[in-house]
Design a protein around this ligand. Structure first.
Ligand code: SAM
Ligand code: SF4
Length: 445
């Protein structure tokens, strides 16, 4: 009997990659993916627990999905990912229609777990110190970009963060498996590889460190670009910087999370660097790769963040001059160290701080994008924009969304686009109207 699987993914790229892993596992067990929950006999939700807001949203969605079980009681409803690992049996207490709760280390046995869940509610939340799934072949979505998880887990234990508790200890895939996956993705026609890991640059397999892995991947034919996310500033070795600069397939863009521009906040976050050390690192990176585009993550309203600390973050963002930034309100996560600390910044003040940083970053991003006007950027073509099908988009080497009028380009082509205009979210080729692309959502298909 053919089995039909519907999967929904929340959270970061690691979850996107994990969903592809699950699709691969279940595909080999005879499941076919369907695009609508009402066509499926197994519904999986791959979840995120990084902020409370993510969990609330997923609870809402699970409430909707339980309707399918009411109509067709044989349907299996499974919750995978970080929220599954975080809440374990509590998830079934809160949503009794859930049949399966499976954490990030349980995916190898997914086909068997689904069979068990047909008979009784099933929990698979044991953490593993060794599971990397390096030998499993993911079913990658179509497109130009292949996600390759090169390591799992995290040993940093930043005090705000739930990741080490839900994804377990840091472990790297064998280098041979990573390179085999890159070759496989190249053979499948993917043009860009994104190496994934919570501290991706802490990668190590024997003598092969992150720098060596980049260097070896750079030799693989068919791949045009190799990116990675997220590196931790304290693991950014000179060797990694040299390898980035030397590998022509590694584009000049780096996402380097800062979190805060105040040393006392960074110390309480246990980020293990100071602002000065971070900026020294940025200096080194910019000397090795002049013109490199930088992006970052920032948290506002961490317990004890004073007005002065916040001003220090504003000033650091201005000095460093990021191309773009993901800015979050601090969200206490039960289980993480800081969850027990008194929250000193109320919701209204968090909103004020985040709004200010977002506005300032928007202005900065616009100026950065405008500085590309009249230059030519190299774009990896991804497809038609959502709003205007005759206008296509792709990413520039600086990882800027670039829109251009479509002629004969195909998905996966590397093309040159002369930039004529800019918005805070995109750079636009000749003939593209800025008004059509006021928001990033207007662009991405
Ligand atoms: N491993 C990556 C690193 O260290 O930069 C990022 C992991 S996390 C998926 C992505 C971002 O979420 C973090 O960089 C941080 O800015 C944010 N984040 C994590 N925990 C948070 C919390 N409790 N409240 C608000 N933002 C949080
Ligand atoms: Fe979380 Fe810190 Fe690990 Fe990133 S490095 S996943 S923020 S604990």
């Amino acid at each position: 009997m053919e089995r039909r699987l519907y999967i929904e993914t929340y959270g970061c790229q690691m979850n996107v990659a994990d969903s592809e892993l699950m699709l691969g596992q279940l595909g080999r067990a005879g499941y076919r993916r369907v695009e609508r929950a009402d066509e499926a006999d197994v519904i999986l939700v791959n979840t995120c627990a990084i902020r409370e807001h993510a969990e609330q949203r997923i609870y809402g969605r699970l409430g909707e999905l339980t309707r399918h079980k009411l109509r067709r009681p044989g349907v299996v409803l499974g919750v995978a990912g970080c929220m599954a690992q975080h809440l374990r049996a509590k998830l079934i207490e809160r949503v009794p229609q859930v049949d399966l709760v499976v954490g990030p280390d349980g995916y190898r046995r997914l086909p068997e777990l689904i069979e068990e869940a047909r008979a009784e509610p099933t929990l698979a939340v044991r953490s593993s110190r060794v599971e990397t799934y390096g030998d499993l072949v993911p079913a990658r979505a179509d497109g130009v970009r292949a996600w390759v998880s090169i390591m799992r887990g995290c040993d940093k234990f930043c005090t705000f963060c739930i990741v080490p508790y839900v994804r377990g200890r840091e472990r790297s895939l064998p280098a041979g498996e990573v390179l085999r996956q890159v070759e496989h993705a190249a053979a499948e026609g993917f043009r860009e590889i994104v190496f994934l890991g919570q501290t991706v640059n802490a990668y190590r397999d024997g003598d092969v460190d992150f720098a060596e892995l980049l260097t070896r991947a750079n030799r693989i034919e068919g791949i045009a670009r190799i990116r990675f996310t997220s590196p931790h500033p304290s693991d950014m070795s000179d060797r990694a910087i040299e390898a980035m600069a030397a590998c022509e397939k590694v584009p000049p863009h780096l996402h380097l999370p800062l979190q805060s521009g105040s040393d006392s906040v960074l110390a309480r976050m246990r980020r293990i660097y100071t602002v000065e050390e971070y900026e020294r690192l940025v200096g080194k990176i910019r000397r090795a790769m002049p013109g490199i585009a930088l992006s970052t993550d920032i948290i506002v309203g961490f317990p004890g963040e004073t007005g002065e600390d916040f001003e220090a973050t504003r000033a650091a963002m201005e000095r460093i001059g990021y191309e773009s930034a993901f800015i979050f309100k601090y969200s206490p996560r039960p289980g993480a160290r800081s969850a027990d600390w008194l929250e000193t910044v109320d919701e209204e003040e968090k909103t004020r701080r985040i709004t200010l940083l977002i506005e300032e970053q928007k202005d900065r991003s616009l100026l950065k994008n405008q500085s590309d006007i009249d230059s030519t950027v190299e774009v990896l073509v991804e497809g038609a924009t959502r709003r205007t099908p005759s206008e296509w988009f792709g990413k520039s080497a600086h990882f800027k969304t670039t829109v251009f009028p479509h002629r004969a380009e195909r998905v996966g082509d590397l093309i040159s686009v002369r930039v004529a205009a800019a918005t805070p979210h995109a750079v636009l080729g000749e003939g593209v109207r800025a008004a059509n692309f006021a928001a990033v959502e207007d662009v991405l298909a």
